[in-house]
Ligand binder design. Structure first.
Ligand code: UT7
Length: 336
């Protein structure tokens, strides 16, 4: 048996900064409302025409992670790509990364677990490495939200929250099983699938061309919807549960945590979790102020920035946790 460890991290965000004031020109919202309810000050959006895509941003993040891991692209044995906003409905972006990075014909898997996508993707990669099947796995989380949001007052409860970006990690074999990823914990509760969802193009029977041919301006099935308060209440409970589960599995206490990197859903959720576990501001990494909620990309972007800022050091206990659409949630316990 082996462990897996993160040997390289990278992130990429599009250049265009969109402030809360920019959004208030498009819909009935305000900088005050957004900051008070979510902590978000600005987010990045890709250009409407041309420019970055979910895959291209993932590729850029991956290049940095590969270089920092000190490996060659041909040392990568497998690709796992988490996103809810693929370039194409199919095929998923995993194969596009294999093509665009010019990696040999290794397997490429796409993960569809929204805000928990990166945690699920890491867990999959971890198992392949633990079993001895692969040595180096490229794990990517990337999202283009801005092209799919309802930028009118009708969509303001969702569209002010989400931003675009990508993060990537190289997970490599670690022979010392007291180091690296100690455990991962995954959950789902499909009973609440429609509380945070984008229903098109499946629609339980309808398909893309039916929806397009309807051409109905009131058809919001291709826009994300969210029952915000319900999601919030579930998030704070599940974040706490799954962190405790991870600590318990490893005989650890909250006081052992050196750094918690929560999925960046809402600064208020992160602060609730911070308080519950008695952590200081230095022990919880947040960057939602600058990027909004980038779904599957949020943890790898935050972890990369935390690492770049010297907040992740050898021997540290690092905890990742996420909750989101599905509902799905999970945690990863890492001894760095
Ligand atoms: O990452 C995946 C998981 N996602 C989450 O964890 C998100 C969890 N939920 C949340 O973060 C919060 O519920 C939101 C930030 C989405 C919303 O905050 P809230 O405090 O729950 O607000 P609300 O939905 O209860 O809406 C309060 C009021 C409503 O007006 P009335 O009915 O009181 O007159 C909304 O229409 O705020 C209104 N509102 C807005 N006003 C200005 C909703 N969105 C906006 C907006 N600007 N963008």
């Amino acid at each position: 048996m082996y462990n897996s460890k993160i040997t390289g991290l990278g992130h990429y965000v599009p250049e265009k900064v969109v402030t809360n004031d920019d959004l208030s020109k498009l819909m009935d919202t305000s900088d005050e409302w957004i900051q008070e309810r979510t902590g978000i000050q600005e987010r990045r959006h890709v250009e409407k025409e041309g420019g970055d895509t979910t895959t291209s941003m993932g590729v850029e993040a991956a290049k940095i992670a590969i270089e920092r891991a000190g490996i060659d692209k041909d040392d990568i044995d497998f690709i796992v790509f988490a996103t809810l906003s693929p370039d194409y409905y199919f095929p998923g972006p995993g194969v596009l990364v294999q093509r665009d990075l010019g990696i040999k014909t290794v397997g490429a898997l796409d993960v569809r677990n929204q805000c928990s996508g990166f945690v699920y993707a890491l867990s999959v990669a971890d198992q392949y490495i633990k079993s001895g099947m692969y040595k180096n796995v490229l794990v990517i989380g990337s999202e283009v939200h801005s092209k799919g949001l309802d930028m009118t007052t009708r969509g303001r409860g969702v569209s002010v929250i989400f931003g675009d970006g990508a993060g990537a990690a190289i997970l490599s074999r670690e022979e010392d099983t007291t180091k690296g990823i100690l455990s991962t914990h995954l959950h789902s509760e499909g009973q609440h699938a429609e509380e945070l969802a984008l229903l098109a193009p499946g629609m339980g029977g309808r398909w893309v061309n039916d929806i397009v041919s309807d051409n109905d301006p009131d058809d919001t099935s291709y826009m994300p919807v969210m029952n915000g308060q319900f999601v919030f209440k579930n998030a704070v409970v599940r974040f706490s549960e799954v962190i405790l589960e991870g600590l318990g599995t490893n005989d650890l206490q909250a006081s052992d945590i050196d750094l918690l990197v929560p999925h960046q859903a809402n600064l208020r959720i992160s602060q609730f979790v911070q308080k519950k576990f008695g952590l200081s501001n230095d022990q919880v990494y947040n960057n939602i102020m600058r990027y909004g909620n980038t779904t599957a990309a949020s943890i790898p972007i935050a972890l990369t920035e935390a690492w770049e800022e010297g907040k992740v050091n050898k021997g540290d206990l690092v905890v990742l946790a996420a909750f989101g659409s599905g509902f799905t949630w999970g945690s990863v316990i890492i001894r760095w």
